[in-house]
Design a protein around this ligand. Structure first.
Ligand SMILES: NC(=O)c1ccc[n+]([C@@H]2O[C@H](COP(=O)([O-])OP(=O)(O)OC[C@H]3O[C@@H](n4cnc5c(N)ncnc54)[C@H](O)[C@@H]3O)[C@@H](O)[C@H]2O)c1
Length: 379
């Protein structure tokens, strides 16, 4: 007999489901649902989203694709050993981690894969639809948290775009939390438009770019002239290893630099670098060095140091985005969710680049959902 639940259940299909971010999402959702931890960092748990009809955390069911087979409980143990998850949490949540692990399917393309792009899209679509059917889900949101891939050259669809196409084929809202191409591929643009599905992206804004989207507007609003803005990031883990590839790092850095041009109105001197330091694991240090001129041309500097745990910064945002995109789909919203620019380095659509304005847009989005919820209740 299926368990009776009054609230419909919502699937969260993670591409890169065995990675650090995905594991922290699954463990974090279970920990908050069980009352073991507070939902710190989740904007959807603040009063801003009261009465907006978001799916509850306990209604979320996790599955996904990955190309490695390390079981989720083991991955969670490794994250706990690195201080990313609280000590003891993986054993306390072993049944939830094991349940999510059972729902992870082999992704692709793997080495020697002979399937053509359409076969791969079909296989991914079948996995997602099977997940939705077996769990009796009201809908599923596909979220890309797989390793960053280089920007593709030529017309071949990169893996992130194969998964994005599968999301469309399965009728699922889509979120790209990475800088990879995903739905941005020209071959998918008209399909995305015609799908009538909501989508959001790209590249979660969790550290250096978050600070830049606050500090850039400050310099502009105070009429200070930023001459140079240089940044260095040191990080390890799977993300650090993937970003050791200069082509993948270039995809990431483009988003980090875009926010400066957009908030300052010009591109200052300086570059952004990413160095892989495996010993740091999931912990990141980001330095920014900003040179600016004040009144009468007096030259000054601001230096910032951000020391963050990448997965614990990213996971609450992924949970927020899964809930928001699911609710947008339920409410009949379609196309690029520009009002979710608050969450991204390189947001879809033409939203504002400054964090304060993006928060105001997010508040407007919450209000819209609240109104739609009120209309739905009144019917
Ligand atoms: N943590 C943050 O603060 C943050 C912020 C913004 C964006 N991101 C992005 O999130 C992504 C995940 O980061 P992470 O730290 O979890 O990395 P990770 O290396 O720990 O995990 C990535 C996972 O993707 C899987 N993968 C690779 N290719 C795949 C494919 N073709 N199909 C399915 N799975 C595949 C890998 O096997 C791995 O398990 C990265 O792209 C990163 O840039 C992270």
């Amino acid at each position: 007999m299926p368990e009776f639940r009054s609230e419909p259940r919502v699937g969260v299909w993670l591409i890169g489901a065995r990675g650090s971010v995905a594991t922290t999402v699954v463990a974090g959702c279970a920990a908050v649902t069980a009352g073991l931890n507070a939902p710190t960092g989740m904007v959807t748990e603040t009063p801003l989203f009261a009465d907006t009809g978001l799916p509850s955390l306990s209604s979320l069911v996790f599955g996904g694709h990955d190309t490695v087979d390390c079981p989720l409980p083991k991955r969670a143990e490794a994250l706990a050993a690195g201080g990313v998850l609280p000590h003891g949490l993986p054993s306390a949540l072993s049944s939830e981690l094991t349940a999510a692990d059972r729902e992870i399917r082999s992704g692709g393309p793997s080495a020697g894969d002979t399937r053509d792009p359409d076969d791969l899209i079909d296989a991914f679509t079948t996995d997602i639809l099977d997940f939705v059917r077996r769990h009796g889900l009201a809908r599923a949101v596909v979220v890309n948290v797989a390793s960053t891939e280089p920007t593709p050259t030529g017309s071949t669809l990169p893996p992130s775009s194969l998964y994005a196409a599968a999301a469309l084929r399965a009728g699922c809202p889509y979120v790209n939390f990475t800088p990879s191409t995903g739905l941005h591929h020209p071959a998918l643009a008209s399909l995305a438009d015609a799908s009538g599905l909501p989508y959001a992206g790209r590249d979660g804004k969790t550290g250096q770019t978050l600070l830049r989207s606050v500090l850039g507007p400050m310099f502009a609003q105070r009429s200070l002239t930023v001459l140079a803005w240089s940044g260095t990031n040191l990080l390890g883990g799977g993300d650090g290893a993937a970003l050791a590839d200069p082509a993948a790092a270039a995809a990431k850095n483009a988003g980090k630099e875009r926010v400066l041009a957009d908030t300052l109105g010009r591109t200052p001197e300086g570059e952004t670098h990413i160095d892989d330091v495996p010993a740091l694991g999931d912990w990141k240090t980001a330095w920014d060095h900003i040179t600016f001129d004040g009144f009468l041309g007096t030259r000054m500097t601001l230096q910032t140091t951000w020391q963050g745990c990448d997965s614990s910064l990213a996971a609450p945002l992924v949970l927020d985005l899964a809930r928001l995109t699911s609710r947008a789909h339920e409410a009949g919203l379609t196309g690029p969710l520009t009002d979710l620019g608050f969450y991204f380095k390189d947001p879809v659509g033409d939203g504002p680049p400054a964090l304060g304005d993006q928060y105001a847009a997010l508040a407007g989005f919450a209000e819209r959902l609240r109104e739609l919820q009120g209309e739905g209740n009144a019917r």
